[in-house]
Design a protein around this ligand. Sequence first.
Ligand code: SF4
Ligand code: SF4
Ligand code: SF4
Length: 301
Amino acid sequence: MEKQSRRNFLKTTAIATAAITGLTTRKTKAQEQKGFLPDKAMGVLVDTTVCIGCRKCEWACKTAHQMPTPPIEEYDNRDVFKKMRRPDYTSYTVVNEYKNSDPDKFPIDVKVQCMHCDQPACVSACIVGAFSKLENGAVVWDESKCIGCRYCMVACPFQIPAFEFHKAFQPKITKCDFCYTRQSEGKLPACVEVCPVEALTFGKREDLIQVAKEKIRLYPKRYINHIYGEFEVGGTSWMYLASEDFTKLSFPKLQREPAPGVSESIQHGIFAYFIPPVALYALLGGVMWLNKNKKTETEEE
Ligand code: SF4
Ligand code: SF4
Ligand code: SF4
């Protein structure tokens, strides 16, 4: 992708500034996107009652993204479930295991990754447009635009974007990209393709909601009557079915309204100290962008 030029940065900042100016009186950019998705938005329905915790999806994700990974056989080791894990720069997705409240039943395995929110807080929060929501539902990150401010990490209600803290130069924000490159080639997301028990169903988001509702209707003892992600934070492309309340499976309890972009929180905080918010917000972005370029230049010398 094209590198962010100084002129482009100023242009982007001007747009961001204009957007921020309107935040006090108008809805956020993400809120205004309501209704943007309907037809083309794809999604994945995760049926946690089917998942066997084989973690093949973790392996497939790393392989598809050319990330270092142990051989697939090593993923059979279930000791990994002794502690809870989060996606980070080494894994865009992880599977965690929870005790079933019915001791006669199998434990519950839950795959975690970016939810690809319909109205993403990360997109709202990013002042230089490094995050964007694509027509197929994927929320993606553009390295060439990122200034490393990490507002996206603060804004995400699911604590998904991770940062390569170990890298002194050009650290990246990392997260599941919904395999948008594979999707553009007509392929399934790698995790969906590999899942041996079809715990993951890829399809149009609106169709998946119908599939989920039908499953709940047919098997009311198997599922609680809640499709996680249908409405949370305005809806997400990834949705879940489960046999237990989602709060017992570490899902955050969220409102139906889209999560506010961190920009709003920052702006309100700054207002309290009587500093003109737009100017300061733009300045923060400018300082970070210049620092980024300085680092790049030093590296290239
Ligand atoms: S889960 Fe977080 S990172 Fe993913 S789209 Fe939603 S706000 Fe963005
Ligand atoms: S959709 Fe692609 S990037 Fe996201 S978890 Fe699955 S394999 Fe990984
Ligand atoms: S590959 Fe499928 S069954 Fe295995 S852990 Fe991932 S989602 Fe669950």
